[in-house]
Design a protein around this ligand. Sequence first.
Ligand SMILES: [Zn+2]
Length: 452
Amino acid sequence: MKKRYFLILSLVILLFFELSCGKRERIPKNPKIYIIGLDGADWDIINPLIESGKLKFFKKLKEEAAWARLKTFKPTLSAVVWTSIATGDRMIKHGIVDWLYVSKNNIKVPYTNAEKRVPSIWEIFDYYNQPSVVLHWYVTYPPDHIKGVMVSDAFADAMSGIFFRNEKIEEYRDTVFPEFYYRKLYNLLSKELKEKGLGYKGMIKYLEIPDYINMYLNKYHETNVKKVPILSSWRRYILKDYIGEKTFYYFMKRGKYNLFMWYSRMPDVFKHFASVFLDKNYLDKINELIKEGKPISKTVEKEFEKKLAPIVAPILKHKEKILKAVYNKAKEEGAYVFILSDHGFTLSSKGYDHHALPKSVPPPDGILMILGPGVKKGHEIKATVLDITPTALYLSGKPVGKDMDGKVLLNAFIFRRKVRYTIYKKKKKIRRKKNKEINKKIIKDLKTIGYI
Ligand SMILES: [Zn+2]
């Protein structure tokens, strides 16, 4: 009799143990890592759209993620911050401290990948013989010669020169590594653009966004868009965003990688002029406040963001497709996904912006969501842009850089593993390429957005 009780009891305990352990997620030792960058995205625009039911997938992601209002720093320049995200280091250490610097020939040139002083996360994966796919990430021209593929941030601009101004294809072969893929991508895009005759209308249809050029001309009864420089180059930004998405799906499907990084600039570019679509009377009221030069109250800012959110919605809504594709693939693979931005925007006496803010105004928080096995779902954490690379290395089973300024976001996970450290040195120094055409394009772009 006693023996039978004992047997039943141990069976119950075993069953209970199995059920509870079975339920606990298996924490992978060497998972794939996805890092998706949406420049300029912020919760103060996304949250109202989640509440109004417009961004259902962002809602789902936020419920399943450990998320944060991601702390960024000043100067809140994208080139500088995205480099900190990809290195775990402050600008003084990685060396990209501004958009431009004065070269030996005493001319102002853009900082490039060749000026970086510390290894980026994709180089660290390379040290472990693991391939990466890195698409359009800021300051990646000239690309690093790593296992996998790097489509540098100069590629899309190069394509717009080739497709819009008949520039020479050969001129820009070095915007992609290995070059084999440069030709492949050019053929893919020219098939779409030339053979199918996909123009501006076709691309905005694909990107599911309104025709903002016409919307502006109708709203202000204008005959041209000269007053809004970004709209003057809007076709180029649309082409770049389109190329961004096409290369994303191309490599999601074909790429062999342990690390997949994709960057889109569209939310940031659009938010730099989106306020022109606000109600005219309301916009005049805001412009009056800005002209007074006094600090803008939180209430006024909240109301402004609530009114601006529906205008930004189409841009973010369409990007949900990209996020869904990553989410589904990562779920299958038991991989981790980081979805983040480098900064948000804020309304101040300098207008609605993120850089050149008044001293008293802090840099506007970006967004962070981490998804994957053992993540504390729906849990808000504290995090900075410096913590992404250390946390991604930790999750992928690699030691963290001893001298990295960022830290591992341990509080995002239900499990705890020992954080190992090592010293990572930059192994391959890439020679700076004098590509005057690319420099010109970068400088033209910075002027169009109003950064310089
Ligand atoms: Zn930015």
